[in-house]
Design a protein around this ligand. Sequence first.
Ligand code: GLU
Length: 302
Amino acid sequence: MLIPRYQGRFAPSPSGPLHAGSMLAALGSWLLARQAGGSWRVRIEDIDPPREIAGMAAAQLATLDAFGLHPDGAVVYQSQRHRRYQQALDTLLAQGLAFECHCSRRALAATGGIHRHCVATRKRPDPAIRLRVADGCQVAFDDAVHGRIVQRVDVEAGDFVLRRSDGLWAYQLAVVVDDAAQGITDVVRGADLLDSTPRQMLLQQALGLPAPAYAHLPLLLGEDGRKLSKSAAALPVDRQHPVRVLAMLWACLGQAALPQEALRSLPHFLEATVAGFRLADVPVQAIPLSAALHNTNSARHA
Ligand code: GLU
């Protein structure tokens, strides 16, 4: 059987500057793609204008560039791919796998936002479209970091949204369509998306698309113990000191200290990381950023 060439990707939403947590995902996905001799694509997930900040996509690309993480091929923008999402949605509707839903958020509050059947008493002009999830639907997969993951999608996610009532595309649909269209073989991203993966695998099955392999990297936690998030304005990474930032991220990925020689320049550093990266050493647990900074600083002064 022909094994497709490794295609990895990094897919930021332009809702804020790249912070340490997003750079961890960028670095991890880049490392695995380079190590496999494959390609690394960048896709800007700009399908949610209310959450986006003007100029942010360009700033994110400039940051990747400053860190020496150069994408292969042209950067893809989801805002230019509505037609593809519409085609996928039409296919699912025609097959009866997706349906129009008139339920309001308030009506679904009683079931924790989980939709199992429509409770709306009247039609709204702007219905959402959801994927029908069968009772008892269970999805299982092996994550390269977290091991076996099993989710009852009907209970934990319910019939999930593909196109929102405000007309915007749901992340789940766009990501599945684009990963397949770009021939992505390996999805490496933050562990906050671990529980989205079963929904994405269901959609892949419904659309007859192949499932990539998955690796979910540990989240970095801020002072408040919560995940760093672009929209909560976590501090952007320092573009002036890429090696220092990357060395901290390298430690967060559970990797053995690099020889002093590797810290001499960005190209030296990146070359050493591609040679030495071991996915098996990546921790499962989220990492407090303050501890990571402390460890790297004390290592530097040792
Ligand atoms: N766009 C998502 C984010 O910025 C990541 C999507 C993905 O990697 O699947 O959090």
